[in-house]
Design a binder for this molecule. Structure first.
Ligand SMILES: Cc1cc2nc3c(=O)[nH]c(=O)nc-3n(C[C@H](O)[C@H](O)[C@H](O)COP(=O)(O)OP(=O)(O)OC[C@H]3O[C@@H](n4cnc5c(N)ncnc54)[C@H](O)[C@@H]3O)c2cc1C
Ligand code: FES
Ligand code: FES
Length: 1276
């Protein structure tokens, strides 16, 4: 008889749990609230960050401890608080970053090491990194380096390039160098101040486990009921009662990170506390309850691996599902149900469990069935009970595969599981029907049934069997076409995976030499790095390597970002309503459903803007905040909704009904724009010499085209702004790189004068150019709302709206004709560049081309033309090294084309074309500082390029399906601070001699605050501790330029230097009067008494009227990688970077910029692809599920960085050079290394003669396609 829980008094509605040792009781919480939201908004624990709300970035990770129903003990693990419903934490103990340590009670060793290893730049990812490590050390106090690296598969850091983070975390490993810190004592691990007790405690032992709340739970709010049954009987009772309702069983709730629009549900049933669903039996067969997490399943499989080799294969594969924090709570059953509900979902669990022959049991004592049968079973009102995983036979060959757009935390393009029973005594015969299972092919395919049938009784060592099986497989693979993945690739990849398996089944000893390595997947070692630089202690603190001064508070979560600020009285939250269609007109907007959402406050449209409905500066084209008539791109804001919480505002935005009229097909690519002649008026032409004549006369001529795509900045803190109407006007706190523009924009849209708009910025959680002028849009909208409502409004954009609405990097296409001589010397260049600026030219980078397009190569005759293209996408904007990265790549591509045409080594072609000192570039500027040949020759020697090239040649000859490539790429990056200005203010307080600085630069991770402090400390002759920087604002640093473009740190350092020099001029006479070396505090006191002005302001300004480089950065990078031809996967084995940054102000920070910039570039070239729906123009890659910035294992396994020794910048009094952008350019060395590897594969298949296009990004799919893999070449 089912229990009817609604009437059962034992169902309590009160949660009891502990956060950092402190007990919390929450009565009848909202089932929709997440732990993250509760921690941040209800408890002010904002150290735990939030960004994607998809389990895809890791910044929200906390550690939880609770009793473990599978073994009766306790378990601790990290999870993504953004996906964890608050209702599910009853009885748990939660440790957030604040619980580990901080300024007051002392930093935790993990926080200290992350900071001290320079692993925190903007700091937004840092708390998540720290807590994730804490979770690992709690589970396994003595991990090895490999285990540490594996544990960081779910965390994105957009700033550092990961190397310093991994080094910091690996310093805790048992096999780490003890000098780097060494392992941590378990007592030290948990020695952190407990907020409740005020002394050291382990959150776990203090509460959760002992105090685990028992008993069923029922909470109900706003029409949604949350149940937590504690027995199967209760669960079935609930299912019976609610089977006709929109109900959902909840276990880890991680599916909500993938399918965000499922629901709404009126009833949520948490099944984690049902003991029967947690039961496991070691077997064999191994039986795993449905509430058992994927991580626990991995542990069980590993424990049973001595009973079946299949178990370790499954465990290895499961470690490629999602990421640690998702696997810690996500269950195999939840995964199966995702596939059940969404047939297109490329579930790894379904594929591998079906391949191993696992059986799923539905309901208590239900019949077990295969997973493919389960997929066809109606599940309403039912619950998955357990999974039975057979051990398999000793003669089974069992392998699984997954190929994904990124190495970690990515869904599969295709996954596969193969099981074959072989009789090796009778000539490797297939004795039973094999299991050939694929995922990701189409909505229905699970087994390749015809191939399975074909193979029965066949001898697999026969080439005929392979050929026959491939033919059958080819016929039965019918992949779905999708905008995100071509059917051709899907098919070829599936064939390649089958071939891989086939080879491993045959066994290496029976294979010919060239195909042997094909059976293996790429192997990545534990990563390592080297950093080399010069520093003179006598100059310290100037030029002293040191982490950012704020890095420890960033690591402890105490660093405050705008969205961490406590709400002001009456503060409300806003969200953009964005269009879903491009190239149309706005029809009706119906806000009625949105206004019914609890907490709804208001909505605003174009008519509500009191000033101009134009957020752009007067010098730029009009850009409406909310479109009034025309909708140019999908994602364009059409309205703003306002509610009492961000959650409600986001819900309101989704509930607004918008209609569109006059819909026309959108133009989305440069190629389409050229065809449709959709251009903006902006054009450019520069001619040098006689390009046409020289081209006609050249001994060799080539022509071609090359392109590279867009890039989303992926700052970890999305766009955010808070506006408060004040007596003076408007107070604006904006995460902007561009205070000046935000001030002007807010003034314009509110109709106020600029002097009434006060903008301040403490720090920005990553910008990369995306928070330059682009941040005017959210600031303007927020200000309009604050003005209309006359209350504080916060606009913190959710990830998908941020990705769809905001500007990105401009894509480029270049068509070229080149003439050259027999040696490969460039003689003539006709170069037509097309820049995709979106629907309106907010910023064009074409004007930079004459300074940068040649890179380091001299060509006497040039014709350079540029054309801006109009597409129905967001207007493009600054993105780290804007325009330069594309121009540089296209030039390097041309060099490769020349080399291929002459059949010469591209390294030699590069060297003979390099500029010499004193030559003139296209802009007419003389390269008086050119040292590229020196850097080039140095790197070629130090990185042993010739020897490695020879080794690669041998490797490529010997291996048919694995290829290696190596490329060396030089770079020149012009520094052009024309018309840039920053206002700097330095004051010394007479009370204690301490020094304060505000400057016009924005601290966004690059360390400008630390560098200016170093300059001030060194110039004034005081210790660093005496100097502090305060947040910047438009009052103390008015009229300051955008921070970015490689210039901010350098110019603000120069400004501070000048202020300090002037202060010294006033202080020194008093110093002399006091005997020459008085104590600083006494000196300052005396200055004050004598009326010396102890504050100084200076505006660093470069009044060059046109764009002219004052100097150039030079660098050389070599990248080597290995490519798996059968899949398109690649592993960067080593990168060597030699970079000239002058006399570095802070080598630690500069190396941080070098590495971070390089990895940012690797993302651009290898994994980050913006894909739009062809019909609507919607961005399909609008979240972490489809858009893939590099993760920890996408960086070079061996990364060596050297700052050029004995360098010196004569153009700058600090003698340093800018560093944040140039290295990005050289990341395309990975593209050319790939080119070499792909070239070899093409040669093997008889297509070696052509120079093939390899456009950016060269995703896994692109690389595979470029290899021209043809299964007719699959041999034994
Ligand atoms: C960032 C991220 C990356 C991911 N990457 C991958 C990947 O690479 N490969 C891959 O295969 N998957 C991937 N996933 C999916 C992941 O494996 C699933 O989200 C997870 O396994 C779901 O388990 P859960 O317990 O959280 O399910 P929940 O979210 O709690 O539930 C999901 C569904 O299953 C139902 N359900 C749960 N348990 C039962 C049960 N016992 N009986 C009946 N119905 C039940 C629920 O009602 C719900 O409909 C990823 C997910 C995320 C968030
Ligand atoms: S915010 Fe939770 S994983 Fe990104
Ligand atoms: S420091 Fe990691 S995202 Fe900025």
């Amino acid at each position: 008889m089912p229990i009817l829980p609604d009437m059962n008094e034992e169902f309590k509605d009160k949660l009891t749990f502990w956060v950092n040792g402190k007990r919390h009781v929450v009565q009848n919480p909202d089932p929709a609230m997440t732990l993250n939201e509760w921690l941040r908004s209800q408890r002010g624990l904002t150290g735990t960050k939030v960004m994607c709300r998809e389990g895809g970035c890791g910044c929200c990770v906390v550690m939880v401890t609770h009793s473990d129903l599978t073994n009766g003990g306790a378990c601790s693990y990290s999870l993504n608080s953004c996906l964890c419903p608050l209702c599910s934490v009853d009885g748990w103990s939660i440790t957030t970053v604040e619980g580990l340590g901080g300024q007051k009670g002392g930093f935790h060793p993990i926080q200290r090491r992350l900071a001290d290893f320079n692993g925190s730049q903007c700091g937004y990812c840092s708390p998540g990194m720290v807590v994730n490590m804490y979770g690992l050390l709690n589970k396994k106090p003595l991990p090895n380096k490999q285990e540490v690296e594996n544990h960081f598969d779910g965390h994105i850091c957009r700033c550092t390039g990961y190397r310093p983070i991994l080094d910091a975390m690996k310093s805790f490993a048992v096999d780490a160098d003890p000098e780097k810190g060494g392992c941590i004592d378990i007592e030290d691990l948990n020695k952190h101040p407990c907020p409740s007790a005020g002394e050291a405690c382990n959150g776990a032992s203090a509460n959760g486990v002992n105090g685990t709340s028992a008993g069923p739970l029922r909470c109900c709010q706003r029409g949604v009921t949350w149940y937590r049954p504690t027995s199967l009987a209760e669960l079935y009772g609930l299912l019976e009662r609610h089977s006709q309702d929109r109900y959902k069983l909840v276990c880890g709730n991680t599916a909500a990170g993938v399918y965000k629009d499922d629901g709404p549900y009126s009833c949520l049933i948490d099944i984690k506390a049902v003991p029967d669903l947690c039961n496991c039996q070691a077997g064999p067969p191994l039986v795993v309850g449905s509430a058992v997490s994927l991580s626990a399943m991995v542990d069980l499989l590993r424990a049973g691996s001595d009973r079946s080799p299949s178990y370790s294969v499954l465990a290895d594969h499961l470690c490629k599902v999602a990421n640690v924090s998702v696997r810690n709570v996500g269950t195999w059953a939840g995964n199966l149900m995702m596939k059940h509900a969404h047939s297109e979902f490329p579930s790894d669990v379904v594929t591998i469990m079906e391949a191993v022959g696992a059986k799923v049991t539905i309901g208590f004592r239900g019949e077990s069935q295969t997973i493919s049968d389960f997929l066809g079973t109606a599940m309403n009102g039912k619950v998955i009970h357990s999974l039975e995983i057979p051990a398999g036979k000793p003669e089974d060959v069992f392998r699984t595969y997954k190929v994904a757009p990124r190495s970690q935390n990515a869904h599969a393009y295709v996954n596969a599981g193969f099981r074959m029973t072989l009789d090796r005594k009778s000539d490797v015969m297939v004795v039973a029907k094999p299991c050939i299972v694929f995922g990701g092919i189409n909505k229905t395919m699970v087994h390749a049934v015809a191939t399975e049938d074909f193979l029965v009784g066949k001898r697999i060592t026969d080439a005929e069997t392979l050929r026959g099986a491939l033919a059958v497989l080819q016929a039965e693979l019918v992949p779905d076409e999708s905008a995100l993945q071509s059917a051709q690739y899907t098919k070829q990849l599936a064939m390649g995976l089958f071939y891989k398996f086939y080879l491993s089944a045959v066994g290496k000893e029976s294979l010919t030499e060239p195909v042997r390595s094909a059976a293996d997947s790429l192997v990545r070692p534990v990563s390592r790095g080297e950093q080399h630089f010069q520093t003179k202690e006598s100059e310290w603190p100037l030029r002293q390597p040191m982490p950012k001064t704020s890095s420890r508070v960033q690591a402890s979560g105490e660093a405050i970002y705008i969205n961490d600020m406590p709400a002001m009285p009456g503060e409300v939250y806003a969200a953009f309503v964005t269009s879903t269609v491009a190239n149309c007109r706005l029809g009706n907007m119906d806000f009625s459903q949105a206004m019914e959402i609890p907490g709804a406050v208001a909505y605003l449209t174009a008519g509500d803007v009191r000033g101009e409905n134009n957020y752009n500066l007067p010098s730029s084209p009009v850009a409406e905040i909310f479109s009034s008539v025309e909708v140019s791109y999908a994602g364009q804001p059409v309205a703003l909704v306002i509610a009492d919480t961000q959650f409600h505002a986001d819900a309101m935005a989704k509930a607004v009904q918008v209609t569109y009229t006059d819909m026309k097909p959108p133009i989305l690519t440069i190629q389409d724009a050229i065809t449709a002649e959709s251009f903006h008026p902006d054009v450019m032409e520069v001619v040098k010499g006689d390009p046409k004549g020289a081209l006609a006369a050249a001994p060799h001529r080539i022509s071609g085209e090359v392109s590279c795509g867009s890039q989303y900045h992926f700052y970890m803190e999305t766009q955010v702004c808070r506006c408060t109407p004040t007596e003076d006007g408007m107070d604006v706190q904006s995460a902007t790189q561009s205070m000046d523009s935000v001030q002007a924009s807010v003034a314009q849209v509110t109709g106020m004068s600029a002097h009434r708009v006060h903008v301040s910025v403490k720090r920005v959680g990553g910008g990369f150019g995306g928070k330059g002028p682009a941040s005017m849009l959210p600031a303007a909208a927020c200000a309009v709302a604050a003005q209309n409502l006359n209350r504080t409004v916060r606009l913190s954009m959710c990830l998908d709206a941020n990705m769809e609405a905001m500007s990105k990097r401009a894509p480029y296409l270049v068509k070229y004709e080149v003439g050259f001589d027999d040696e490969g010397r460039l003689l003539a260049m006709v170069y037509n560049l097309y820049e995709d600026n979106g629907y309106s030219v907010h910023l064009s980078f074409m004007y930079l081309l004459p300074m940068s397009v040649e890179n380091v190569y001299y060509c006497p005759n040039w014709q350079l033309t540029g054309q801006t293209c109009k597409t129905h996408t967001a207007p493009t904007t600054y993105t780290r090294a804007p325009g330069f990265i594309a121009a540089h790549f296209c030039m390097e591509h041309i060099i490769e084309h020349v080399a291929k045409t002459l059949n010469k080594d591209p390294t030699d072609i590069r060297r003979i074309n390099m500029f010499e000192k004193g030559q003139t570039i296209l802009s007419g500027d003389v390269l008086s500082d050119c040292n590229i040949t020196q850097l080039w020759d140095d790197l070629l020697t130090s990185a042993q390029i010739k020897q490695r090239q020879q080794e690669i040649e041998v490797f490529n000859k010997e291996n048919r399906w694995k290829k290696r490539g190596l490329s060396v790429v030089p770079c020149r990056y012009p520094f052009f601070p024309s018309l840039v200005r920053f206002t700097v203010f330095v004051a010394i307080y007479h009370t204690d001699g301490s020094v304060v600085i505000t400057h016009g630069g924005i601290e966004m991770g690059q360390g400008v605050d630390t560098k200016v402090m170093q300059v001030a400390a060194a110039t004034l002759g005081v210790p660093m501790e005496m100097v502090h920087t305060m947040s910047t604002n438009t009052l103390s640093s008015p009229n300051s330029a955008d921070s970015g473009g490689n210039v901010t740190s350098e110019l603000n350092c120069q400004g501070v230097l000048e202020c300090c020099r002037r202060l010294n001029e006033r202080i020194n006479p008093i110093r002399q009067e006091m005997g020459g070396s008085p104590k600083w505090t006494e000196l300052i006191n005396a200055c004050h008494s004598k009326g010396v002005d102890l504050s100084e302001k200076y505006m660093e300004h470069h009044p060059l009227p046109t764009l002219r480089p004052t100097y150039n950065n030079y660098g050389v990078t070599c990248t080597e990688l290995e490519l798996d031809v059968l899949t398109g996967e690649r592993e960067i084995t080593r990168s060597d970077i030699l970079f000239d940054c002058g006399k570095s102000v802070n080598p630690d920070l500069d190396i941080g910029q070098v590495e971070g910039g390089f990895v940012f570039g690797l993302g651009y070239w290898l994994t980050e692809k913006c894909v739009y729906d062809k019909e609507t123009g919607m961005l399909l890659t609008n979240g972490t599920w489809e858009y893939k910035p590099p993760a920890t294992k996408d960086i070079p396994a061996d990364l060596r960085v050297t700052l050029l020794p004995n360098s010196f910048n004569p153009c700058n009094v600090i003698r340093s050079k800018g560093v944040s952008e140039p290295v990005l350019l050289m990341s395309c060395s990975a593209m050319f290394a790939l080119r070499q590897a792909i070239q070899s594969a093409r040669e093997d298949s008889g297509h070696g003669d052509d120079f093939f296009p390899l456009n950016g990004p060269a995703t896994v799919e692109t690389c595979h396609e470029a290899c021209l893999v043809d299964s007719s070449n699959f041999t034994l």
